[in-house]
Design a protein around this ligand. Sequence first.
Ligand SMILES: [Zn+2]
Length: 146
Amino acid sequence: MNITFRKNINEFEKKWLEQSILAAQDYLKKLYDNPNFENLDYIFSKTYSRSRYFRNEVADGKYKTPTCCIAIRNIIYLYPKESLKLKRYYITGVNTNIAVMCSLIHELTHHIQYNEKRTCSELETTKNEVEYLKAYHPYYYNSLLF
Ligand SMILES: [Zn+2]
Protein backbone atom coordinates (compact mmCIF):
# COMPACT_ATOMS: atom_id res chain seq x y z
CA MET A 1 0.00 0.00 0.00
CA ASN A 2 1.41 3.35 -1.07
CA ILE A 3 -0.14 6.59 0.07
CA THR A 4 0.68 9.74 -1.88
CA PHE A 5 -0.18 13.14 -0.46
CA ARG A 6 -0.33 15.96 -2.97
CA LYS A 7 0.83 19.40 -1.93
CA ASN A 8 -0.54 21.47 0.95
CA ILE A 9 -1.48 18.52 3.13
CA ASN A 10 0.02 18.98 6.59
CA GLU A 11 1.24 16.33 9.03
CA PHE A 12 -1.93 16.46 11.11
CA GLU A 13 -4.07 15.91 8.00
CA LYS A 14 -1.85 13.04 6.86
CA LYS A 15 -2.47 11.30 10.20
CA TRP A 16 -6.25 11.50 9.96
CA LEU A 17 -6.24 10.54 6.29
CA GLU A 18 -4.28 7.39 7.16
CA GLN A 19 -6.75 6.65 9.96
CA SER A 20 -9.65 7.27 7.57
CA ILE A 21 -8.36 4.57 5.21
CA LEU A 22 -8.42 2.04 8.05
CA ALA A 23 -11.83 3.22 9.27
CA ALA A 24 -13.35 2.94 5.77
CA GLN A 25 -11.88 -0.55 5.37
CA ASP A 26 -13.25 -1.59 8.78
CA TYR A 27 -16.68 -0.30 7.82
CA LEU A 28 -16.69 -2.33 4.59
CA LYS A 29 -15.37 -5.45 6.34
CA LYS A 30 -18.68 -5.50 8.21
CA LEU A 31 -20.63 -5.47 4.94
CA TYR A 32 -18.58 -7.86 2.80
CA ASP A 33 -17.10 -11.26 3.35
CA ASN A 34 -13.35 -10.83 3.75
CA PRO A 35 -12.64 -8.05 1.21
CA ASN A 36 -9.03 -7.74 0.06
CA PHE A 37 -7.55 -4.26 0.41
CA GLU A 38 -3.89 -5.26 0.21
CA ASN A 39 -3.07 -4.44 -3.40
CA LEU A 40 -4.23 -0.85 -3.37
CA ASP A 41 -2.66 2.61 -3.51
CA TYR A 42 -4.11 5.94 -2.46
CA ILE A 43 -3.58 9.47 -3.68
CA PHE A 44 -5.05 12.36 -1.69
CA SER A 45 -5.38 15.81 -3.19
CA LYS A 46 -7.03 19.08 -2.27
CA THR A 47 -7.33 20.06 -5.93
CA TYR A 48 -9.11 17.02 -7.40
CA SER A 49 -12.60 18.02 -8.53
CA ARG A 50 -13.86 14.52 -7.71
CA SER A 51 -12.69 11.18 -6.33
CA ARG A 52 -12.31 8.11 -8.48
CA TYR A 53 -11.11 4.54 -8.55
CA PHE A 54 -8.47 3.81 -11.13
CA ARG A 55 -7.43 0.42 -12.33
CA ASN A 56 -5.12 -0.24 -15.22
CA GLU A 57 -5.13 -3.84 -16.32
CA VAL A 58 -2.33 -3.29 -18.87
CA ALA A 59 0.79 -4.89 -17.44
CA ASP A 60 3.28 -2.15 -18.30
CA GLY A 61 0.86 0.69 -17.69
CA LYS A 62 1.13 3.48 -15.20
CA TYR A 63 -0.87 2.95 -11.99
CA LYS A 64 -0.48 -0.81 -12.33
CA THR A 65 -1.67 -1.08 -8.76
CA PRO A 66 -5.36 -0.21 -8.36
CA THR A 67 -5.54 3.32 -7.01
CA CYS A 68 -8.09 5.31 -5.05
CA CYS A 69 -7.77 9.00 -5.93
CA ILE A 70 -9.48 10.89 -3.14
CA ALA A 71 -10.50 14.55 -3.27
CA ILE A 72 -10.15 16.37 0.04
CA ARG A 73 -13.10 18.75 0.15
CA ASN A 74 -16.13 19.62 2.23
CA ILE A 75 -18.83 18.48 -0.19
CA ILE A 76 -20.58 15.14 -0.55
CA TYR A 77 -21.96 14.43 -4.03
CA LEU A 78 -24.07 11.30 -4.35
CA TYR A 79 -25.31 9.60 -7.48
CA PRO A 80 -29.01 10.44 -7.84
CA LYS A 81 -30.32 6.90 -7.46
CA GLU A 82 -34.08 7.11 -7.11
CA SER A 83 -34.38 3.81 -5.27
CA LEU A 84 -32.55 5.39 -2.32
CA LYS A 85 -35.56 7.68 -1.92
CA LEU A 86 -33.59 10.76 -0.94
CA LYS A 87 -34.72 14.32 -1.46
CA ARG A 88 -31.22 15.65 -2.05
CA TYR A 89 -28.06 14.09 -3.41
CA TYR A 90 -25.44 16.53 -2.22
CA ILE A 91 -24.40 18.17 1.03
CA THR A 92 -22.19 21.26 1.19
CA GLY A 93 -20.24 22.51 4.19
CA VAL A 94 -19.62 18.99 5.47
CA ASN A 95 -16.80 18.20 7.88
CA THR A 96 -13.98 17.33 5.50
CA ASN A 97 -13.14 14.10 7.32
CA ILE A 98 -16.72 12.87 6.88
CA ALA A 99 -16.70 13.76 3.16
CA VAL A 100 -13.39 11.89 2.78
CA MET A 101 -14.85 8.85 4.56
CA CYS A 102 -17.75 8.81 2.09
CA SER A 103 -15.33 9.06 -0.85
CA LEU A 104 -13.17 6.24 0.53
CA ILE A 105 -16.20 4.01 1.14
CA HIS A 106 -17.39 4.73 -2.42
CA GLU A 107 -14.07 4.03 -4.16
CA LEU A 108 -13.23 1.01 -1.98
CA THR A 109 -16.63 -0.44 -2.90
CA HIS A 110 -15.59 -0.18 -6.57
CA HIS A 111 -12.41 -2.08 -5.64
CA ILE A 112 -14.53 -4.84 -4.08
CA GLN A 113 -16.75 -4.95 -7.19
CA TYR A 114 -13.69 -5.37 -9.43
CA ASN A 115 -12.10 -7.99 -7.21
CA GLU A 116 -15.35 -9.96 -7.20
CA LYS A 117 -15.58 -9.49 -10.98
CA ARG A 118 -18.94 -7.85 -10.64
CA THR A 119 -20.35 -5.06 -12.76
CA CYS A 120 -19.56 -1.57 -11.55
CA SER A 121 -22.72 -0.42 -9.78
CA GLU A 122 -23.12 3.16 -8.63
CA LEU A 123 -26.20 2.12 -6.67
CA GLU A 124 -24.08 -0.13 -4.45
CA THR A 125 -21.35 2.49 -3.93
CA THR A 126 -23.88 5.22 -3.17
CA LYS A 127 -25.92 2.98 -0.88
CA ASN A 128 -22.82 2.21 1.19
CA GLU A 129 -22.11 5.93 1.60
CA VAL A 130 -25.69 6.68 2.60
CA GLU A 131 -25.81 3.78 5.06
CA TYR A 132 -22.58 5.02 6.61
CA LEU A 133 -24.05 8.50 7.10
CA LYS A 134 -27.24 7.01 8.52
CA ALA A 135 -25.32 4.94 11.07
CA TYR A 136 -22.61 7.39 12.12
CA HIS A 137 -23.68 10.89 11.09
CA PRO A 138 -27.48 11.00 11.28
CA TYR A 139 -27.45 14.80 11.15
CA TYR A 140 -26.09 14.69 7.61
CA TYR A 141 -28.23 11.71 6.67
CA ASN A 142 -31.34 13.57 7.78
CA SER A 143 -30.34 16.55 5.68
CA LEU A 144 -30.73 14.32 2.62
CA LEU A 145 -34.36 13.59 3.45
CA PHE A 146 -35.78 17.11 3.25
ZN1 LIG B 1 -18.42 5.44 -8.49
